[in-house]
Design a protein around this ligand. Structure first.
Ligand code: NAD
Ligand code: UD1
Length: 342
């Protein structure tokens, strides 16, 4: 089976490529390297001892997509490519809607033309907005997003669902990721944020290595056990195996299926900091700051449906997530080096 992985050089995409190769899938990657480096794919090959096919290309470029489908017999697409910086999306809505929505419309047009109707999409727990219930099941209604990035996920879920409604031959799996952290245990690939990180774990590792002076914890007066926000952190390697499980499901002509990919366990910001210190022996100075706009107090999954229907569950615990994030940061203090710009 041949899988087209859009955005396969990125953080989650590169870890997923490893799992795909280890499970003997043929892998074709398209990535414009806007937020990633080709080095990640070289390291995927190094880790697996297997090859993959790489197209440096943009999903906004219809000709590029047509060429890829002409040159390869693609059975299924795993669609990671997209812009993902929440704060940036507020100031650049056009860029986010254009890249994420137009790019995805181009992709499904190329898929349609090629007769490939199997799609696994990287969605996010952000579509639940301020969740109606905790833990969040897939039946929980979609909520109001707080930023254009979130809306692109919300809208794309609807667009892909409508494709199936119009033509039931389409199989669409919407994977709603909770908070991916960690890195491949080899320390060869991991998350490489541009500039000062917005997300918690890369911020912690950069404080730990001395690049940033201290962590600001956004809010300690939430209605949670220790007053800091609670999230469902999941090891990126677990997320990767979730995609292989989804591929097996899509072969059963599953129609539209939605799965949370989380651990089902919530950790507060302070829990994460304390686990990081215990797992690594490295101190992380912090101070409390005002709440960050748009944050919800608690967001963690019910992971039951993925276990029941995909036979998948997360294996790594919070200490391993901290250990592997730190291992990657230590071995690659400057990430992969300069990513290419558009
Ligand atoms: P990432 O930025 O590391 O990976 C995305 C990849 O897509 C990058 O390599 C980038 O260069 C590529 N890309 C972007 N626009 C493109 C375009 N027009 N054409 C071709 N390639 C393009 O992000 P990630 O963390 O690996 O996330 C992967 C997917 O999962 C994204 O869709 C993201 O929104 C989603 N997601 C991520 C998280 C998270 O916390 N990391 C959470 C929920 C959902
Ligand atoms: C954020 C996005 C979400 C996106 C996800 C993955 C927002 C509001 N939500 O989720 O849409 O899918 O990233 O990219 O941006 N924290 C600190 N100090 C920091 C950084 C974070 O205290 O320097 C706290 C936050 O307040 C939050 C927790 O750590 O409570 C996790 O934050 P983060 O890693 O940014 O993820 P989310 O906000 O859950």
């Amino acid at each position: 089976m041949t899988i087209l992985v859009t955005g396969g050089a990125g953080y989650i995409g590169s870890h997923t490529c490893i799992e795909l190769l280890n499970n003997d899938y043929n892998v074709v990657v398209v990535d414009n390297l806007y937020n990633s480096s080709k080095k990640a794919l070289d390291r995927v090959k190094e880790i697996t001892g297997k090859d993959l096919k790489f197209y440096k290309g943009d999903i906004l470029d219809k000709d590029c997509l047509e060429k890829i489908f002409k040159e390869n017999d693609i059975d299924c697409v795993i669609h990671f490519a997209g812009l993902k910086a929440v704060g940036e999306s507020v100031g650049k809505p056009w860029e986010y809607y254009n890249n994420n929505i137009t790019g995805s419309l181009n992709l499904i047009e190329a898929m349609k033309n090629a007769g490939c109707k199997n799609l696994i999409f990287s969605s996010s727990a952000t579509v639940y907005g301020d969740p109606a219930q905790i833990p969040i099941t897939e039946e929980c209604p979609k909520g109001k997003c707080t930023n254009p990035y979130g809306w692109t996920k919300w809208m794309l879920e609807q667009i892909f669902t409508d494709m199936h409604t119009a033509d039931p031959d389409w199989n669409v799996i919407l994977l709603r990721y909770f908070n991916p952290i960690g890195a491949h245990p080899s320390g060869l690939i991991g998350e490489d944020p541009n500039g000062i990180p917005n997300n918690l774990m890369p911020y912690i590792t950069q404080v730990a290595i001395g690049k940033l002076p201290e962590l600001g914890i956004f809010g300690n007066d939430y209605d949670t056990p220790d007053g800091t926000c609670v999230r469902d952190y999941i090891h990126v390697c677990d997320l990767a195996t979730g995609h292989v499980a989804a591929l097996k499901k899509i072969k059963e002509n599953c129609g539209v299926s939605i799965y949370n990919l989380g651990t089902g366990v919530g950790y507060s910001v302070l829990d994460v900091v304390n686990n990081f210190i215990e797992a690594t022996g490295v101190n992380v100075p912090y101070s409390f700051k005002p709440r960050r706009e748009g944050d919800v107090p608690q967001c963690y999954s019910s992971a039951d449906k993925a276990k029941r229907e995909l036979g998948w569950e997360a294996k790594y615990g919070i200490k391993e997530m901290c250990r592997d994030s730190w291992n990657w940061q230590q071995k690659n203090p400057d990430g992969f080096g300069e990513a290419e710009s558009l």
